[in-house]
Write a protein that binds this ligand. Structure first.
Ligand SMILES: NC(=O)c1ccc[n+]([C@@H]2O[C@H](COP(=O)([O-])OP(=O)(O)OC[C@H]3O[C@@H](n4cnc5c(N)ncnc54)[C@H](OP(=O)(O)O)[C@@H]3O)[C@@H](O)[C@H]2O)c1
Length: 248
């Protein structure tokens, strides 16, 4: 593939921003989306533009990943300004911690809508172009919660396990077109999401769950992403990036 043209949903912070940065460093044109945090979006723009060359375009789009019309509008803009997308990273996600005792139908629907439906909406947008081009890389950011249930709640675990099913089905149907579809299941990434707010004392409790001396960081997820990006013979897999935390 001559030039990478990528979309990273939820690319303004944490794991998504680290993946977007890696793509920019590989001379890709990159569109990132976000939901509401304008300040983070502005900082992300500065960061990504500081690495990009004249021939690269960085596009930052505000809108809800869990809305199929928004995905369609965003893709229309991306096609016009960047060209046909050949890399999709379904990363945007929410993780409100709610137990079975407290969860409402609305809570359940909201997390499934953003985390799972959003990935499906974006796949629908990019797949026809990837099929035409006979090349594509789709990477869905799942979670250790898909494997062991996790601690966020039933809504989150189900949304992330749903991504694994979507990954496997899509990998089978799209493989013959040169499109690989894989997932990454991270855990305890200390420079992303909720863990950035945790004290060292609280993080010590997480360290007890992993089997290596340190917690993960966004570079660990980026390495997994780049492996999948560069691997035409790897499809339908879920890479665990969790310090072995899935083992008892
Ligand atoms: N951090 C971890 O240890 C960990 C572990 C396992 C899995 N994950 C998964 O990895 C992914 C990234 O997590 P993170 O920790 O990097 O998260 P983060 O730092 O909270 O960043 C989340 C990103 O997603 C965007 N986003 C949230 N809801 C959205 C929506 N409805 N529409 C569009 N964008 C939306 C956010 O935009 P705004 O800033 O505008 O809200 C932000 O750019 C998530 O899917 C998460 O479940 C993370």
């Amino acid at each position: 593939m001559d030039k990478l043209i990528a979309v990273v949903t939820g690319g303004t912070r944490g794991i998504g921003l680290a993946i977007a940065e890696a793509l920019v460093k590989r001379d890709a044109s990159v569109a990132i989306t976000f939901n509401s945090n304008q300040k983070a979006a502005q900082k992300a723009r500065q960061k990504l533009e500081s690495f990009s060359k004249d021939e690269q375009t960085i596009l930052i789009l505000k809108g809800d990943t869990g809305d199929s019309d928004v995905a369609a509008e965003h893709y229309d803009k991306i096609r016009k300004e960047l060209g046909l997308v050949n890399v999709l990273v379904n990363n945007a996600g929410i993780m409100p911690q709610i137990s079975f005792d407290e969860i409402t139908v609305e809570d359940w629907n909201e997390t499934i809508r953003v985390n799972l439906n959003g990935a499906f909406y974006w796949c629908r947008q990019v797949v026809p172009d990837m099929k035409k081009e006979k090349f594509g890389r789709i990477v869905n950011i799942s979670s250790i919660a898909a494997r062991g249930g996790g601690v966020v709640g039933p809504h989150y675990a189900a949304s992330k396990a749903g991504l694994v099913g979507l990954t496997r089905y899509a990998a089978k149907e799209l493989g013959p077109f040169g499109i690989t579809v894989n997932a990454i299941a991270p855990a305890f990434i200390e420079d992303a999401g909720i863990f950035t707010q945790w004290s060292e004392e609280n993080k010590a409790t997480l360290k007890e769950k992993v089997h290596v001396p340190q917690l993960g960081n966004t570079n660990d997820v980026v390495r997994a992403f780049e492996y999948l990006l560069d691997s035409p013979f790897v499809t339908g897999v879920t890479l665990d990036v969790n310090g072995g935390a899935f083992m008892i």
